[in-house]
Design a binder for this molecule. Structure first.
Ligand SMILES: NC(=O)c1ccc[n+]([C@@H]2O[C@H](COP(=O)([O-])OP(=O)(O)OC[C@H]3O[C@@H](n4cnc5c(N)ncnc54)[C@H](O)[C@@H]3O)[C@@H](O)[C@H]2O)c1
Length: 257
């Protein structure tokens, strides 16, 4: 799939990794980017900076209705959809038993699964329905789907039961999705990022971000959001990438805590 003239639906596109995808794809000639985010204010601020090829839409990925409406709004503005990049997600830390051996909240667990896993699947199935209507290219390809897992899918730390389950679910989803969507020429790839410098670290205790930045093997720093976006671009452009999860983590393996 070529980036130029293609139209991207980016969930969580108003911040961090999704924002970097929106910026990079437009810089490389994308025909349009739908910035689909819970935070409409940030999405609108970004779209007004990026110009007419960006469209901000308020979407909670927990709502099938909102996703459907956002895809329709993108179709109305840009007339096509070629790729869905799923970056909407939340972090969560809660031990299964706290220090007093009190059980964790099942509502918090459900919320993380609802947003990170079920929300992603809902975006993918609805976007794929639209992408499947494209004329195939010479390779039979109609479009691309990218999921965003995490190192926590493999090396979940203490307190990451909910988050790791949601991200491990995305890793598990990758191959069956690519098999389901192969008949219509849609490829599916998952990126499992290590530690990337995005606003998710803004709420952490002082010093923790600096500590985390020292943990990757090489290069010993946080990843840049554009390094994630670069891999999304590569996935789109390399027609032989399908059905696999790529760790993008500077060789980091997370310790128990
Ligand atoms: N930054 C990292 O180090 C890192 C590492 C591994 C995985 N990830 C994953 O990458 C993705 C993007 O993370 P980020 O670091 O860019 O975070 P971020 O907080 O900067 O961006 C996430 C965006 O998702 C949006 N969002 C949250 N809940 C939503 C919902 N229900 N519906 C629609 N939009 C919603 C937020 O408004 C925000 O704009 C997440 O899935 C996260 O789990 C990030």
């Amino acid at each position: 799939m070529k980036i130029s003239d293609s139209v991207f639906f980016v969930s969580g596109g108003a911040s961090g990794l999704g924002e970097a995808v929106a910026r990079r794809m437009l810089a490389h000639g994308a025909g349009g980017v739908v910035i689909a985010d819970l935070n409409l204010g940030s999405a609108q601020k970004l779209s007004s900076e990026l110009g007419d090829r960006a469209l901000a839409v308020e979407v909670d990925v927990q709502s099938t209705e909102a996703i459907t409406a956002a895809i329709a709004a993108g179709m109305e503005k840009f007339g096509r959809l070629d790729a869905a990049v799923n970056c909407a997600g939340i972090g969560w830390a809660e031990r299964t038993l706290d220090r007093d051996s009190k059980a964790a909240s099942i509502d918090n667990y459900r919320r993380v699964i609802n947003i990170n896993l079920i929300g992603t699947y809902d975006v993918v199935r609805l976007a794929a329905e639209q992408i499947a209507k494209n004329e195939p290219n010479a390779d039979g390809e109609r479009g691309v789907v990218v999921l965003t897992a995490s190192l926590a899918a493999f090396d979940g730390q203490i307190g990451q039961a909910a988050y790791s389950s949601s991200k491990g679910g995305l890793v598990g989803l990758t191959l069956p999705l690519s098999r389901d969507l192969a008949p219509v020429g849609i490829r599916v790839m998952t990126i499992a990022p290590g530690l990337f410098d995005t606003p998710i670290y803004d709420t952490m205790p002082p010093g923790l971000k600096e500590h985390l930045a020292s943990t990757p093997v090489f290069p010993r720093r946080l990843g840049l959001p554009d390094e994630y976006a670069h891999l999304v671009q590569t996935i789109c452009e390399n027609a032989y990438m399908n059905g696999e999860t790529i760790r993008l983590d500077a060789a980091l393996r997370m310790a128990p805590k």
